[in-house]
Design a protein around this ligand. Structure first.
Ligand code: 3PG
Length: 212
């Protein structure tokens, strides 16, 4: 039995400015730092044996803040570009509302949320899945299968693709699945790596340790 916690980085400065970010290495906003501290509080009842993150500073800093908050400052951490945010291609840096005005809300929604529509010169969610899930299967699943508890801090779309795999979410349903910044989602696996439970940790549940 083991658990996996996944956390999308706290709000970044470009989340705040409503700009497509993707692979651009922007930092956390002050609110993002506060969200990371809160994630750390929520995760304190769930100590882990190791952590994984992307090579982008908004995820690395979120993980650092979580580790300070939980007191697990010596945790072994593995950084991999496989966990990076999807490449948003030509959309990176542009304001999401401006792009919607230019190309239409439907087109922008397809670029952002569909499984297989590819943003210009970027990665679809399917492309993102094709790098995130093999990395997870090779490096994280065996760790969980060995009974170690794991934390992953990554990005909206790299984690949505992982959620598809873990929760068997269909390409249709993933289009309706959002992951908020800084809100941990906890997965509990049995000894055969069968998923027993998936739950968000929220402030109202902060004092309630979820049967692990
Ligand atoms: O890269 C980005 O712009 C964000 O991290 C995720 O954006 P999205 O919600 O538009 O996919």
């Amino acid at each position: 039995m083991a658990y996996l916690a996944i956390v999308r980085h706290g709000q970044s400065v470009w989340n705040l400015e409503n700009r497509f970010t993707g692979e651009v290495d922007v930092d956390l906003s002050p609110q993002g730092e506060a969200e990371a501290r809160q994630a750390g509080q929520l995760l304190t009842p769930y100590p882990v044996d190791c952590a994984f993150t992307s090579v982008l500073k908004r995820a690395i800093r979120t993980l650092d803040i979580i580790m300070q908050q939980t007191g697990q400052t010596n945790l072994p951490v593995t950084r991999s570009a496989a966990l990076n945010e999807r490449n948003y291609g030509d959309l990176q840096g542009l304001n999401k509302d401006d792009v919607a005005k230019q190309y239409g809300v439907k087109q922008v929604d397809e670029w952002r949320r569909s499984y297989d529509v590819v943003p210009p010169h970027g990665e679809s969610l399917e492309h993102t899945y094709e790098r995130v899930v093999p990395y997870y299967q090779a490096n994280i699943e065996p760790t969980l299968a060995a009974g170690q508890n794991v934390l992953i801090v990554a990005h909206g779309n790299s984690l949505r693709s992982l959620m598809m795999y873990l929760e068997k979410i269909s390409p249709e349903d993933i289009a309706k699945t959002e992951l908020a910044t800084g809100v941990p989602r906890l997965y509990l696996f049995d000894n055969d790596m069968k998923l027993e439970k998936a739950t968000y940790l929220s402030v109202s549940e902060k004092d309630k340790v979820i049967g692990v």
